[in-house]
Design a binder for this molecule. Structure first.
Ligand code: ADP
Length: 623
């Protein structure tokens, strides 16, 4: 049965090696992707390359067996066989990748067959049951055919897996996979009969090509397509989010304008009414109107925060005025509920800081108003403290303690989520959107601060905010409550205290009712109010009369407020060219204030105009 000096044709093997080198270099460079499929193809390519190289080497060592020791020939031929086992294993990995529903049993059967094959080859190296070398001659031993039959059996078992689980892949892919498995088998069978032309490695190199271009590359392309789809989707989502923000900002503008009218007119009723019944109705309108306004403001804040447009200012402010305002805003409600409302502070803490007064007030107000809302009896206490960390900076610590209903331990986690409200049944009558704490926490984070909550259900809660602030004025804040009592007794009443009968202001607004509201708000100050209903009219009027202050609406037809402002301000001959101008707008979009001040306006008031804010502005600009 010996093959005496058989000479093999290795040209197909050489072609295979060249093709494989090209594939491997391509896969390492231009075709590189970091996917398991890619790695597996590469593994297959290397295995086939090893196979082809050993095929070439053994073709020589067998042909010139008389020059090679039999042991070395056996080692080289065994290595050749092992390398084809590696090819089979890589092929099987591909099958597992593509057909995930392949049963565990069939995978086990495959592993079993491979182990048997390896065992046979290893056994052969010592016993020569498949093939052997006798004095330089390659001898086919009785089990020789099993070196071909076993790999074929394994490949057929893989084909079986593919056919059985073909549902995992589209028909095209399954067809390609069958071809991928089938080709080397065809070559193997041909070689079994032709014998001296070495075709198997060539068939396998062909399979590698199929695997790469027909199976892996489409996946890669699919991946790229998916990535670009994702990118488009992300852009669309951003645009949608932006238009949502714009929509909400516009809506708030649209809602604030009529609300301005309603609340302003209502203030007139509250001021003028002598009938207690009417006063009560109007008071109810005020409460609901304020609630509506605060909901709109909350929604607007969330929109700003989520679109990244919330800006944190760094300006000098007095802590006392923040606390005073908070006290004024909440004390009536605390009194109504019969709650004790106390302030406690370290009288030696600095009086002024650099930071965002408005946002700090918003946080404190949220704590205090929640404290009052969710407490039926007892005390709501605000405590302010400052810890020096350095020469000019430190941490402002404000805590609000209540003796109210408290929060369950399990609810604390979601306390700061949007729209979260607890005890819905108990709290049905309490107004709220569940946005307050969400906004509060985001604001604190933006100021590099933090919020802590301690609460015992049924007993009460403590909300603490800590914010790093720089000191603007180290002068001590002093006995707060005393100062507060003095202030509040002067300005706490609803009636106006500010009077300036010798001053004259001009109000410019194209909406008649806005002018009426504005005039009414100023009535008790005895200030003389003149009005213009368009930008042109305002420009005309300012040429003849000197005003102490001008209030200018922004959105007006034909000539808007900004244009009218420039027509007055930029005209050196206009006697009002340096009169302070306050812009009025329902446009509560972020950054607006800054852009108005950049235009040259002296101040910015948002509609609906808040009476206290208006009076404060007048007091500041007219004195
Ligand atoms: P809102 O008060 O508008 O519902 P918040 O975000 O301010 O929204 O608060 C969310 C929820 O947390 C409230 O609905 C309430 O259930 C609970 N909560 C907040 N503060 C307190 C408090 N001081 N005592 C008890 N529960 C509170």
């Amino acid at each position: 049965m010996g093959d005496h000096n058989m000479y093999y044709n290795i040209s197909f093997d050489i072609a295979a090696v060249l093709v494989l080198i090209v594939i491997a270099v391509g896969m390492k460079t231009v075709l590189y992707t970091d996917t398991p499929g890619h790695k597996n193809v590469l593994r297959y390519v290397y295995a086939v390359m090893a196979c082809a190289i050993f095929d070439i080497i053994t073709a020589y060592t067998i042909s010139y067996g008389y020059m090679v020791p039999d042991g070395l020939n056996m080692v080289l031929n065994t290595l050749f066989q092992y390398s084809s086992v590696l090819c089979i294993m890589a092929a099987m990995q591909t099958i597992i990748n593509y057909y995930p529903s392949a049963s565990k049993t069939s995978v086990m059967v495959n592993r079993g067959l491979i182990i048997i094959l390896i065992a046979l080859l290893t056994l052969n190296a010592f016993t020569g049951i498949l093939f052997s070398f006798k004095e330089g001659v390659y001898v086919h031993e009785p089990l020789y055919m099993s070196a071909y039959v076993m790999p074929l059996a394994i490949v057929f078992q893989m084909l079986y897996i593919v056919v059985k689980n073909r549902g995992d892949q589209p028909v095209v892919v399954s067809t390609i996979v069958v071809l991928f498995l089938f080709l080397p088998s065809v070559y193997t069978v041909i070689q079994m009969f032709i014998g001296n032309v070495l075709l198997v490695a060539f068939g396998e190199a062909f399979s590698a090509l199929i695997m790469l271009f027909a199976l892996e590359t489409p996946d890669y392309r699919k991946l790229m397509r998916t990535l670009s789809d994702l990118d488009i989707a992300r852009k669309e989502a951003n645009t949608a989010n932006r238009s949502k923000s714009d929509f909400l900002a516009n809506m708030s503008h649209e809602i604030r304008t009529p609300l301005n009218g309603i609340l302003g007119m209502n203030t007139m009723i509250l001021n003028d009414s002598t009938d207690p019944r009417i006063t009560e109705y109007a008071e109810n309108i005020r409460v609901s109107g304020d609630a509506l306004l605060s909901i709109i403001n909350d929604i607007l804040d969330v929109t700003k925060i989520e679109s990244g447009k919330m800006e944190i200012k760094d300006e000098k402010y007095k802590l006392f005025s923040v606390l005073k305002e908070c006290y004024q805003m909440n004390r009536f409600r605390a009194e109504e509920k019969g709650l004790e409302f106390v302030f406690e502070e370290d009288p030696r803490m600095p009086s002024a800081y650099f930071g965002d007064e408005l946002r700090i007030r918003q946080i404190i107000n949220n704590f205090v108003s929640n404290g009052i809302k969710y407490t039926e009896e007892g005390t709501v206490k605000l405590k302010a403290d400052f810890i020096n960390d350095g020469e000019n900076e430190g941490t402002l610590i404000i805590s609000v303690t209540d003796t109210g209903m408290g929060i369950k331990q399990e609810d604390l986690e979601s306390l700061f989520d949007r729209f979260t409200r607890f005890d819905e049944t108990k709290n049905r009558s309490i107004e709220g959107t569940g946005l307050g704490l969400y906004i509060t926490q985001r604001l604190a984070k933006m100021m590099n601060g933090s919020i802590e909550v301690e609460s015992e259900y049924g007993k009460g809660s403590v909300f603490t905010v800590k914010i790093p602030q720089r000191i603007a004025d180290p002068a001590e804040i002093g006995e707060f409550e005393k100062r507060l009592k003095v202030h509040v007794s002067v300005s706490g009443s609803r009636k106006i205290v500010f009077e300036a009968p010798d001053k004259k202001v001009l109000v410019v607004d194209d909406t008649k009712s806005n002018i009426r509201v504005f005039t009414a708000l100023l009535r008790d100050t005895k200030i003389r109010v003149e009005s213009a209903s368009s930008g042109f009219e305002a420009v005309d009027m300012t040429k003849n009369t000197k005003y102490d202050l001008i209030f200018m609406d922004h959105l007006m037809p034909k000539m808007n407020g900004v244009e009218a402002f420039h027509a007055i301000h930029d005209d050196e001959d206009n006697i009002n060219h340096d009169t302070p101008v306050v812009v009025l707008t329902a446009n509560a979009i972020v950054g607006m204030r800054e852009s108005y001040l950049e235009e040259g306006f002296t101040e910015y008031l948002s509609k609906p105009v808040d009476r206290t804010e208006l009076l404060a502005t007048l007091e500041r600009l007219l004195s």
